[in-house]
Write a protein that binds this ligand. Structure first.
Ligand SMILES: *Cc1c(COP(=O)(O)O)cnc(C)c1O
Ligand code: SF4
Length: 346
């Protein structure tokens, strides 16, 4: 594990864990690691041995906050957290069938920033920003700038939800919706909660895992005051991501009246074993989070090296069923363009 001392390397010499803990979340984000060489040095990994495997993309560069780095194991190239964030040369290989918009998002935009694929639920692309760049992200090529409900368009977005009484749930997605500053996010949530036919607000976010500092008292306070069903689907892929600092945050969210679920992506070399998936479910349950979906990888350009063969995915989930109570087994699903729900693989 990383200590404050280890942070005293080039580029992050001013940062210690104590500072990060006390700083507003924006500072924690500002001090996130953006240089692969700094990350590898922190982890005491010999860069010279690995240089040819590293990839320095022009966009969707490395981005990882320090608190997440602190949960990685030093000296381990195969660390399941490191593998999720480190850009490597494999991303540059184009593989047949792996495309820019694998789940048909662009065909589902019903108005600015609003995606509807399924009955009763709409998904809002609230921001293009994330606290981390997950290398397997299915929206890594999404043209956010053209699709977000910016300030002027928010009234239009709101009107489209107001005018459709079949919409009972609004999902705030992105990017990561918790990257939006409190004032604006609070306003958006209150506007949505005021629509009589909207019964549930759902957040799809990796922030509790990646930038726990963001879940500050201000956020918790206004969340608790929102008079609507609140669901947060966090996104943990490995038990090692869930240390006690994340656990504290999850407990606070629950106390604020938020129902907590988890979705994961099945990732080759990261969580594709019964042991890893079982440990993840148990760890989630330690913090009273229930597993929801386990996604078969979306075939996004640059992500092929993370794919687990479908047959193996099904074997894994069947083996998992034999070792866990039913409520700790996530549903293995994939997203098929044009389908009316997520599709089960089993
Ligand atoms: C995945 C997704 C949802 C949520 O589906 P659930 O099965 O309700 O979790 C909603 N809208 C879109 C566009 C989605 O991709
Ligand atoms: S947090 Fe979600 S949207 Fe952001 S990079 Fe990771 S997978 Fe993609």
């Amino acid at each position: 594990m990383i200590t404050a001392n280890a942070l005293k390397v080039k580029g992050v010499s001013q940062v210690t864990f104590k500072d990060v803990d006390n700083a507003p979340w924006q500072s924690a984000l500002a001090s996130a690691i953006r240089d692969p060489l700094v990350l590898l040095k922190l982890l005491e990994l010999d860069v010279t041995k690995y240089h040819k495997h590293l990839y320095h993309p022009d966009r969707f560069k490395l981005l990882v906050p320090i608190s997440y780095v602190s949960r990685m194991t030093k000296g381990d190239w195969n660390d399941p957290l490191l593998k999720q964030v480190l850009p490597i040369q494999n991303e540059t290989q184009s593989v047949a069938g792996f495309i820019a918009d694998p789940v048909g998002d662009l065909d589902s935009v019903i108005s600015s920033g609003v995606l509807q694929k399924y009955q009763g639920r709409v998904l809002l692309i609230t921001t293009g920003a994330c606290a981390v760049h997950c290398r397997y992200c299915f929206r890594r090529h999404f043209p956010y700038a053209d699709s977000m409900p910016d300030k002027d368009k928010w009234q239009k977005t709101l009107a489209s939800i107001c005018n459709d009484e079949s919409i009972h749930e609004v999902i705030l997605s992105g990017g990561d919706p918790l990257m939006i500053p409190d004032k604006r996010l609070k306003m958006m949530c209150h506007d949505l909660a005021d629509i009589p036919h909207v019964k549930t607000l759902r957040f799809h976010t990796r922030i509790p895992i990646f930038l726990p500092e963001r879940i500050n008292n201000e956020l918790l306070k206004w969340l608790a005051g929102l008079d609507i069903n609140k669901v947060m689907v966090i996104h943990a892929n490995h038990a090692q991501e869930l240390d006690s600092s994340v656990g504290d945050i999850l407990n606070k969210l629950r106390e604020a009246g938020v129902m907590l679920l988890n979705q994961s992506v099945l990732l080759k070399g990261i969580n594709d074993s019964v042991e890893a998936l079982s440990a993840l479910s148990h760890r989630l349950f330690d913090f009273q989070v229930l597993p929801y979906y386990l996604h078969q990888l979306d075939k996004v350009d640059g992500g092929a090296h993370f794919e687990v063969d479908r047959k193996r995915s099904i074997t894994l989930i069947n083996d998992l069923k034999m070792s866990l109570p039913g409520y700790l087994v996530p549903r293995l699903v994939e997203e098929v363009s044009g389908e009316r729900s997520k599709s089960a693989l089993e």
